[in-house]
Design a protein around this ligand. Structure first.
Ligand code: HEM
Ligand SMILES: CC(C)=CCC/C(C)=C/CC/C(C)=C/COP(=O)(O)OP(=O)(O)O
Length: 309
């Protein structure tokens, strides 16, 4: 369970708007929201621009709310890890109680508003996604098993399905395919970060794969998941979400991603310190471009379909 001991260091009135905003994990959520936006616009039904705007806004707020709840629960871990020690709660800017209140309030409002602005399925899916990230991943899996990312990754894969449901009121094959793409992408995305963050998870006692099975096994896992991801991503090119533009993007990016995974796999542990984990850092950055480009291509394909080409 989380420890609130450092809350005593909070000085009243110190928190600024930026500290509360940081609770929402805005940088991570930009790409999450983009995938939801693509899910919404790729759906083959016209959506009024104002409704589309509201839907994306409420999904963004719901995603942010789940980030605040994650920071509330994980404040003990965040205080120990270098990467997260400056977050608003461990930095003493925001109390755990404030983060909990903000997270719960925004969660309830975002789900209700999305349900009323679009439909109950979309609102329900958003609620389930928040529940999955906060309760299943953060409170349970993250501290329990090295498979935390593999199973918990489902949380981050739901947003395109939420967007699609907001537009259509349905779950369809196309939206499930988008889910699968993000789901398979999450483990290599995260394990690369775990590799170059080296001792962080070790210090915090979080059973990430790097900690429980070691760095060598993590490199092998990255390669295996990247091969599976490449097969899936290219196969999607021949489904209803794909087309020539998507296929071109998928072939190029999967070739680069596979090369990155092989470079990581071949890495000599002793060289790690010397080149400052450049290989892993590059792969992590490439993972962000990878998902952005695939979803961008899905959006272009939907636009081409709609124009009747
Ligand atoms: C459960 C699944 C996921 C895990 C465990 C995970 C883990 C992480 C972690 C630990 C970071 C570093 C964040 C930081 O230092 O604040 C990160 C960064 C990032 N993640 Fe993920 N991620 C997941 C899913 C996703 C998904 C689904 C997306 C987008 C669709 C995403 C997009 C990003 C982006 C854009 C960044 C870079 C943020 C920055 O520039 O600071 N992640 N991820
Ligand atoms: C719409 C909606 C509800 C979207 C949620 C999407 C989602 C689950 C994104 C996951 C993003 C993320 C930063 C995970 C970090 O894991 P972590 O919490 O272990 O990372 P940390 O160590 O940086 O806190």
């Amino acid at each position: 369970m989380s420890d609130a001991s450092y809350d005593s260091s909070i000085q009243e009135g110190e928190a600024q708007f930026g500290d509360y905003f940081a609770l929402l994990k805005p940088r991570v959520m930009t790409l999450v929201v983009f995938t939801a936006f693509v899910g919404l616009l790729a759906a083959p039904v016209p959506v009024h621009p104002f409704i589309a705007f509201c839907a994306v806004l409420f999904i963004a707020v719901g995603g942010g709310a789940s980030g605040a709840l994650n920071m509330w629960y994980d404040s003990d871990i965040d205080a120990v890890m270098r990467r997260t020690a400056k977050r608003p709660i461990p930095a003493g800017k925001v109390t755990r109680e404030e983060a909990l209140a903000i997270g719960l309030t925004l969660s309830v409002f975002s789900c209700l508003f999305l349900a009323f602005a679009t439909n109950y399925l979309a609102g329900g899916l958003l609620a389930f996604t928040i529940f999955f990230y906060v309760v299943i991943y953060t409170m349970w899996l993250k501290r329990a098993t090295p498979q935390n990312i593999v199973i918990g990754g489902a949380a981050g894969a739901f947003p395109p399905m939420i967007g699609w449901a907001a537009a259509t009121g349905e779950i369809s094959t196309a939206s499930v395919l988008m889910f699968c793409l993000t789901f398979m992408w999450t483990p290599p995305h995260f394990w690369a970060l775990a590799l170059f963050m080296r001792s962080d998870y070790d210090d915090a006692g979080v059973p990430m794969l790097t900690v429980t099975h070691g760095r060598r096994a993590t490199r092998v896992h990255i390669l295996v998941y990247t091969v599976l991801l490449a097969a899936l991503a290219i196969a999607l090119g021949f489904t209803q979400v794909g087309g020539p533009v998507y296929l071109t993007v998928a072939v190029v990016l999967n070739a680069l991603f596979l090369k990155g995974a092989v470079d990581i796999w071949r890495r000599d542990e002793d060289a790690s310190e010397g080149d400052n984990f450049l290989t892993e850092r590059k792969f992590f950055k490439l993972s962000l471009l990878y998902l952005f480009a695939h979803f961008g291509a899905i959006l272009i394909e939907a636009g081409i379909d709609r124009m009747g080409f």
